[in-house]
Design a protein around this ligand. Sequence first.
Ligand code: SAH
Ligand code: SF4
Length: 407
Amino acid sequence: MNLSVAEAALPAAEPVMRRPSLAGRTRAGLDEALAEIGVPGKERRMRVDQLWNWIYHYGVRDFQEMTTIGKGLRAQLAEHFTLDLPEVTAEQVSTDGTRKWLLRMAPTGPRDRGAEIECVYIPEVDRGTLCVSSQVGCTLTCTFCHTGTQRLVRNLTTEEIVTQLMVARERLGDFPNRAAPDGAFVPNDGGRFVSNIVFMGMGEPLYNFDGVRDAIAVISDDQGLSLGRRRITVSTSGVVPQIEALGAQMGTMLAISLHAVRDELRNELVPLNKKYPIKDLLEACRNYPGLSNAKRITFEYVMLKGVNDSDAEARELVRLLKGIPAKINLIPFNPWPGTRYECSDWERIERFSEIVFKAGYASPVRTPRGRDILAACGQLKSETEKLSARARLMLEQDEAETTAAAH
Ligand code: SAH
Ligand code: SF4
């Protein structure tokens, strides 16, 4: 977390004081907001419920539309708060319907321009999946992942996670009785609803445990955004000590980024493996609360040419997962500029998939989606890094000047 570096690059002027947004807040966060403006304790619970319904069920963006709340309180709310969502700085629509939004988060201080993150919507025949980010960048450095090369990293707040879904619902015209904003591309094929969420964007969700847990509580609340926990999947590179707590406290589906069947190779691909080796990871999976044939763990396996894609590795994968209710998701590697890896050939992926399938596992090969707009897994890397590089340079110059001045 190094926002001060980014801040240092911005002009000293413009100390804009923004009113905080209530969008994305938990019930406790809304209660706090009401307390701040003097709403008495005994009234607050009811007010929180009203706000909740307007913000999350109806997606309203203006306090004046909250007709169940008296005019006086509406005016007071509008004076102190907004219902702003992160700004959509770019919207790209792929030829296959996949959509990528570049979102600029609200500045965290007067000189912060706001971090940028990406969020991807993937429409499919029977579902619409939103791929959300849990961090700006990632502190882990998986060698095949573009996000892992980004230096500027911070956790997203609960609000910043929840509002990714709110932006998607709004841009897709998915809130009841609300038209999408001007310029948004709304599909007319009926397949526009966000029915599932996967934490497979930027960041390691289990390194932002509290933020993700609280966001999931908001997202899955059936009085509001109403996305059931069975429709939410948290993907982790293997933060073993947090896996049980994930199941116990969030109750979502679990996906594990396995990618290799031997520690030696996994140490290289997913360096976190040095801390939590395969054996410990799979033990944590066996103990995942609520695990059953109806609630299987998804094991993600990125197909890297000549690295992890042999028949022997497919057989070893099957052997390792024995006894764990599992699905195996083979992901064709998405190359990015400067990567040392290549995607396995199609015949190789098919052969690998066949071995896994014959052993009794559903093994869908994840069709690459949105490749033309660089929206695929592991390609999300924000513009913030460019700012960071420039910021770093300016900070160095600043420091040099300060040091020179001190002598
Ligand atoms: N940090 C979490 C979630 C985000 S990454 C995790 O690692 O699980 C989501 C998935 O995309 C992971 O399985 C990750 O290994 C995979 N991935 C990363 N880079 C990729 C790339 N270039 N091509 C294909 N999959 C990639
Ligand atoms: Fe981080 Fe996941 Fe990328 Fe690894 S694969 S660097 S854990 S985002």
